[in-house]
Ligand binder design. Structure first.
Ligand code: GLC
Length: 649
């Protein structure tokens, strides 16, 4: 008797509790929708279009903040959203202190409360591997390195920390995760992807979205996520950023769409659209992709924002619209809810005219504004739009660095470990005398790459002092006496002087460690014509090989630079990708065997520039799949074999 009750009572409790949960969720979303409709019903057309307008912070900065202009845009035009940081003296968008951020957010929301309906401003920021624009923030490995960890938990933990440091700035919307599947290694944003495998991208994207949103957007540990760049952005045919992509529907649905479906199901609140075009159609003008597929087929009820200036690009770059007004009509009718204009009121004025002329329906406007207001209600902005008390304590916590170190340690991938005189060349012993050379040895930028305390990430002086370079980390581990460094500060072209020094000092050391790869770059400025590692670095490697000393290559790069000509002469190869603030200590701990390398390639490492393939090439191409290293490759210091794998029964 008891048994039967067990089998009836428990399932019933589970059933009713899940119904209860759904009821709670649906009742809370019902309550939000009622509030949204109430505000919407009071709004003028101008106020609605103001909500759909997003302007960059730089618009309000000259030498200093132009409070009059900021006030005008918020109070007179009802500006709905502001993004980004402002430029520094070098003209580069740069990081602000926690206090500067909180003071700025307080001023913005104070102005918003002067508007007729007191609708708060939604502030958005890029924080794609930590809080980019917050001085002292912890920056984690870029996605391409996170993908090498195959560890959703550490990805999730990093996202939660990022959410906390962003929220501590008084900001509640993060333009992240990047869900593009990285299948064009020439692309300058390859480091922002989780690599070439759809499943890996989907699962790690899910980890980020839940990391940002699972606590509930009103919670001070959460931010609204932004799945981007929907979709097909990572595969420009030319490899140059923002140039056309040609993707058959079957590939679009099999490879590039699934990560967005996973993110929608995980509750992603917003989406940002790909600046490029697919099969000749700019995605910003594609009703099929934005409304039919993303909103209707995938059931995405969040808010869709353009990427930077991409409505203007419809006429200026893609030439599919005769002017801004036609571009606005195309984009809003395609399903765009908010325009990252980002410098002027062209969108605002033209959209108001278009609605008055009946070329954009009021129902489309109401749908867009409802999505924006729903997000603002869910984020708690209507309850309290100001930086939340106590969140300052979320900043710069020691445990953040532990997660950054764990992630970097799990990411670094051992690609080669020769046995010399009966012993593997790695790990090193602490008393090994090292000659350290190459542009990556004394560079912080090479470790963090794009979106690191500035847009391009190039400026080492903006990085926290406690972010170590590879040289500093090696000296920390083995003592300065065991490290002879001949590399200049910063990521610089290899000089003939450095090559001469290498030849001179090689005699007195046990091994040569070469730090090669890439300086930091972001977006279009990072476009290149040749994946081959630059000539100056190859020359340094050749000189090192000629010394007859064991040579260990450490690569820090956003994309797989081709090293075919020097690979045979390298005795050990560690790939660190973009390992973040704790990348150097992680590299050092692996070099000395304190950590057993476990990273696995999240992409196919090409051997030739003319052989850029992925692991899942269709059968007739598969015979040409001859990479330097295949997808999933990675060694460890442990020798083990996996045998007689059996399928899940
Ligand atoms: C940039 C990027 C996008 C970013 C946005 C705001 O051009 O493409 O990833 O979120 O503009 O900075």
């Amino acid at each position: 008797m008891k048994k039967s009750i067990f089998f009836i009572v428990i399932p019933a409790i589970l059933f009713f509790s899940s119904c209860q949960q759904q009821t709670t969720q649906s009742s809370s979303s019902r309550a939000v929708n009622e509030k949204v409709n109430k505000v919407l019903s009071q709004m003028t057309l101008e106020e609605k279009v103001g909500q759909m307008t997003q302007i960059t912070l730089d618009k309000f900065y000259g030498e200093h903040l132009d409070t009059a202009r900021l006030h005008e845009y918020i109070v007179k035009y009802g500006l709905g959203s502001i993004l980004n940081s402002h430029h520094d003296k070098s003209g580069m968008t740069t990081a602000l202190s926690m206090k500067e951020w909180r003071d700025l957010q307080t001023l913005i929301q104070k102005y918003a409360l002067e508007t007729r309906l007191k609708i708060p401003v939604l502030y958005g920021i890029d924080a794609i591997h930590g809080a980019t624009y917050l001085k002292g923030a912890t920056l984690f490995p870029h996605n391409i390195a996170m993908a090498a960890t195959r560890d959703p938990q550490v990805v999730h933990a990093a996202a939660k920390i990022t959410a906390k440091e962003v929220r501590a700035c008084g900001i509640r919307w993060d333009f992240d995760p990047v869900l593009g599947v990285g299948r064009q290694p020439l692309w300058s944003r390859f480091e922002e992807t989780f690599g070439e495998d759809t499943y890996l991208v989907s699962e790690l994207g899910r980890a980020v979205v839940t990391g940002y949103e699972e606590d509930g957007l009103k919670n001070t540990t959460a931010v609204a996520s932004c799945m981007k760049h929907y979709l097909g952005y990572p595969v420009p045919l030319t490899g140059k950023d923002r140039t056309p992509a040609y993707i058959p529907e079957i590939v679009l649905r099999q490879i590039f769409l699934p990560p967005y479906k996973t993110a929608v199901d995980a509750g992603a609140s917003t989406a940002m659209i790909n600046s490029g075009s697919i099969n000749g159609i700019p995605v910003h003008a594609s009703k099929y992709l934005i409304t039919d597929v993303l909103k209707n087929e995938l059931g995405f009820d969040g808010m869709v924002v353009t990427d930077w200036g991409d409505i203007i690009a419809l006429y200026k770059d893609h030439h599919v619209a005769r002017d801004n007004k036609e571009a606005v009509r195309m984009a809003v009718n395609a399903g765009i809810d908010m325009s990252m204009v980002p410098y002027d009121l062209s969108f605002y004025h033209d959209l108001i005219s278009l609605v008055k002329e009946g070329k954009v329906s009021m129902s489309r406007i109401n749908d867009a504004v409802a999505r924006i207001l729903r997000l603002k209600f869910r984020l708690g902005l209507f309850d309290d739009p100001f930086p939340e008390k106590g969140t300052e304590s979320y900043y710069e916590k020691p445990e953040y660095k532990k997660i950054a170190l764990q992630a970097a340690s799990e990411a670094v991938t051992l690609l080669k470990n020769d046995t010399l005189r009966g012993k593997p060349v790695l790990p090193l012993s602490k008393n090994t005398r090292i000659l350290l050379a190459g542009p990556g040895a004394n560079s912080k930028a090479t470790l963090d790459g794009s979106w690191s305390y500035s847009w391009q990430g190039k400026n080492d002086s903006l990085y926290p002092a406690d972010v170590h370079t590879i040289r500093q980390a090696l000296e920390e581990e083995a003592g300065k006496n065991n490290v002879i460094n001949i590399s200049p500060d910063g990521f610089k072209e290899v000089s003939s002087e450095q090559i001469s020094k290498l030849k001179k000092y090689a005699r007195g050391v046990d091994v040569i460690i070469l730090c090669l790869g890439e300086d930091a770059y972001a977006e279009t400025p990072g476009s290149i014509n040749d994946l081959t590692l630059p000539e100056d670095q190859l020359r340094l490697a050749e000189a090192a090989a000629k010394t007859g000393k064991p040579v260990i290559l450490i690569l820090t790069e956003g994309r797989p630079r081709i090293i075919r000509s020097i690979e045979p002469a390298m005795n050990g190869i560690l790939l660190a990708y973009r390992p973040g603030n704790m990348g150097a200590p992680a590299i050092a701990s692996i070099l000395y065997g304190e950590v057993n390398p476990s990273g696995r390639l999240p992409y196919t490492y090409p051997r030739y520039t003319g052989n850029l393939m992925t692991y899942d090439m269709p059968v007739r191409a598969a015979k040409y799949y001859k990479p330097q290293w295949p997808f999933g490759y990675g060694l460890s210091y442990t020798r083990f074999i996996v045998t007689s794998l059996t399928g899940m029964s």
